[in-house]
Design a binder for this molecule. Structure first.
Ligand code: NAD
Length: 268
């Protein structure tokens, strides 16, 4: 059984109905957190995650909201407080891709990705921070007044042709996260990112679903395995817990070495 390092804490995971968000929700729930599983469209997916957390003896509820819409974000936080009174952990996970060559990229594709991946993180973080500052530290639950984990990507530092909107959004998340971490550390609010490499989820299915595609992908991964959502869940529990107290404003890359310039392994 998982150690209950998050016992009594309330966690909100955006985009929690699938992929990395579902795994993070389950891992936080298994570590003792009450989990608000946000979804935008898939109530079924969110309910499955909630049921699995409850089956393991935990507590969870699904809450619908489009994180790029301010009124919906405010309503989601109100529903969180109605159910669990406060929030201790925010995982800003919701994200999407709208891929296009740069020259053909529409303003709609650009705005959609920036709206969800970057503005969505700003809106949710702002609401969580308001509550962290209002409530302050509750020593029985955590040394910190609150923790935010931003789901970034290796593409906060690796440029990505054909995905300029996505790479720009994750580069933006990096400096949003670091600037918030610098500004809010005096309030004992810890803010960090996870930078996943290639993880098997619906967002990148074509990159791993055939053996040929997976072989191509493995050329970019020195550790020679494609990541699983649970790899990110474990990292999220650690970053949310007091075990990582004093870790502030960093991106933890969970990527099998993808950010290590793998093409230089054989010369360069
Ligand atoms: P996914 O498509 O399974 O998950 C994305 C989630 O975000 C979905 O549940 C989706 O419904 C939700 N979402 C999309 N728009 C939303 C909105 N407007 N409001 C609320 N929720 C919304 O893919 P995933 O791989 O699990 O992605 C999760 C996060 O991890 C994303 O931020 C993604 O950029 C990041 N990431 C994934 C990988 C990977 O290899 N899978 C790598 C690096 C970063």
């Amino acid at each position: 059984m998982a150690e209950k390092v998050l016992e009594g804490q309330v966690a909100l995971v955006t985009g929690g109905s699938s992929g990395i968000g579902a795994a993070v929700s389950k891992a936080l729930g298994a570590a003792g957190a009450k989990v608000v599983v946000n979804y935008s469209r898939s109530v079924k997916g969110a309910q499955e995650v909630v049921e699995e957390i409850k089956a393991g003896g935990g507590e969870a509820i699904p809450v619908q909201a489009d994180v790029s819409q301010e009124d919906q974000v405010l309503a989601m936080f109100q529903q969180t407080y109605d159910a669990y009174e406060t929030i201790d952990i925010l995982v800003n996970n919701a994200g999407l891709q709208k891929d296009s060559s740069f020259v053909d990229m529409t303003l709609e594709q650009w705005n959609k990705v920036i709206g969800v991946n970057l503005t969505g993180q700003f809106l949710c973080a702002r609401e969580a921070v308001k509550e962290f500052i209002r409530r302050g530290v509750v020593p029985e639950r955590s040394i910190a007044a609150g923790k935010i984990i931003c789901m970034s990507s290796v593409h906060e530092i690796i440029p990505w042709a054909g995905h300029c909107n996505y790479a720009a959004s994750k580069g933006g998340v990096m400096l949003l996260m670091k600037s918030m971490a610098q500004e809010l550390a005096p309030y004992k609010i810890r803010i960090n990112s996870i930078g996943p490499g290639a993880i098997k989820t619906p967002i990148n299915r074509p990159a791993w679903e055939t053996p040929e595609a997976e072989q191509e992908l493995l050329k970019l991964i020195p550790y020679k395995r494609v990541g699983e959502p649970e790899d990110i869940g474990k990292a999220a529990v650690w970053l949310a817990s007091d075990r990582s107290d004093y870790v502030q404003g960093v991106t933890l890359f969970v990527d099998g070495g993808m950010t290590l310039y793998p093409e230089f392994a054989s010369g360069g």
